[in-house]
Design a protein around this ligand. Structure first.
Ligand code: NAI
Ligand code: ENO
Length: 308
């Protein structure tokens, strides 16, 4: 499927869901000559070696990035700066450094200052994931038909950006470019606040023990099940997302609570027309997404089988 490797050597730093999916997807499409990997804990490195994740698993980040043409930072957002500081002296001149963090402004602020002038920094964010984490959770089709947003600073080498775009496209993603603050606001609406709402709803159900004792599990309908899936996502990753996308998340949450109060009032006052109008508008949005072919989870989309 590819015209040969896009990079001779790729280094994956942090071997969780996203890095392992990148390894399997890249290997299937022949996108890298060699993939080295590094994870902070011995246990993760051992698991990676056992399951054949990466062509070589290194015991230091410095060893993993040596001679790499692309370095991917795939750790929680709050750890990006420290990892960048650690690898900076060992980067090959002309290499591209990218990341996959869910928040972009903070990653740019934390990583950028550590990197030497002789590398290209092209921040990125694949809009694809699951509630699972760790080296065994990845699969080759995770990025297929999903967006990957690249957030290069103005003046970044167009060749470096184009090459990274080809790499993501080789893994099946559609690539767009976006400015960092805009990215963080869009993601606060479409991903970060929805996750917070799911965490809250599952927390509320758990608090109401009277109702939840076994009955929540037994009678849970699809809506609540979706919330529990999302609320099972990695606590470290999501703590970092909210701490580092604070302003945008608080802005969206402010709007959300205003709307919630309006709906609460409509329920209390029996304003059925308001509720009906509201739900009619939101239904149209969902139908619009499906008609635009953007809901890759829709049953009629023919979702790719999960496989390595
Ligand atoms: N899980 C998801 O659905 C998505 C996650 N992302 C982003 O991708 C990045 C990685 O996420 P996942 O692969 O899901 O995480 P994960 O939890 O599966 O893996 C994270 C890896 O980073 C390592 N790590 C954690 N703290 C570290 C530190 N202080 N120093 C060095 N290594 C450390 C862990 O040991 C693990 O190998 C995060 O920044 C996240 O925001 C982006 C899109 C989707
Ligand atoms: O599992 C889900 O529903 C997700 O929303 C996956 C996801 C999580 C975090 C991201 O930054 C991007 C995608």
């Amino acid at each position: 499927m590819s015209d040969g490797p896009v990079y001779d050597k790729v280094a994956l730093i942090g071997l969780g869901l996203i890095a392992s999916s990148m390894f399997w997807a890249g290997r299937r499409a022949g996108l890298a000559g060699h993939v080295s990997g590094y994870a902070r804990t011995q246990a993760t490195r051992d698991t990676a070696r056992e399951i054949g994740l990466c062509d070589s698993v290194c015991d230091s980040a410095a060893a993993a990035v040596a001679d790499a043409d692309l370095v991917v930072l795939a750790v929680p957002v709050g750890a990006m700066g420290a990892v960048a500081a650690e690898i900076a002296p060992h980067l090959k001149p002309g290499a591209t450094v990218t990341d996959v963090g869910s928040v972009k402004r903070r990653v740019i602020e934390d990583v950028g200052p550590h990197l030497p002038d002789h590398v290209h920094f092209v921040p990125g964010h694949p809009l694809a994931g699951t509630e699972h984490s760790g080296p065994e959770s990845g699969f080759a089709t995770l990025f297929r038909n999903r967006w990957c947003l690249l957030v290069p600073a103005p003046g970044t080498s167009p060749d470096a950006v184009l090459r990274l775009r080809r790499y993501w496209e080789g893994m099946g993603a559609q690539v767009d470019e976006m400015e960092a603050d805009h990215h963080d606001l869009v993601l606060a609406v479409t991903s970060h606040t929805p996750h917070l709402i799911a965490y809250t709803m599952v927390g509320v159900a758990d608090d109401m023990r009277r109702v939840t004792d076994s009955e929540v599990i037994k009678y849970s309908a699809a809506g609540f099940r979706d919330f529990t899936r999302i609320a099972a996502s990695d606590p470290t990753m999501w703590r970092d997302v909210f701490l580092t996308n604070k302003d945008a998340t608080l802005e969206v949450l402010g709007r959300f609570t205003e709307e919630l109060f309006a709906l609460q009032r409509a329920i209390r006052t029996g304003d059925g027309a308001l509720l009906h109008d509201y739900f009619t508008r939101t239904r149209a949005i969902r139908r619009g997404i499906i008609e635009a072919g953007q809901d890759t989870d829709a049953p009629d989309f023919g979702r790719a089988k999960v496989e390595r």
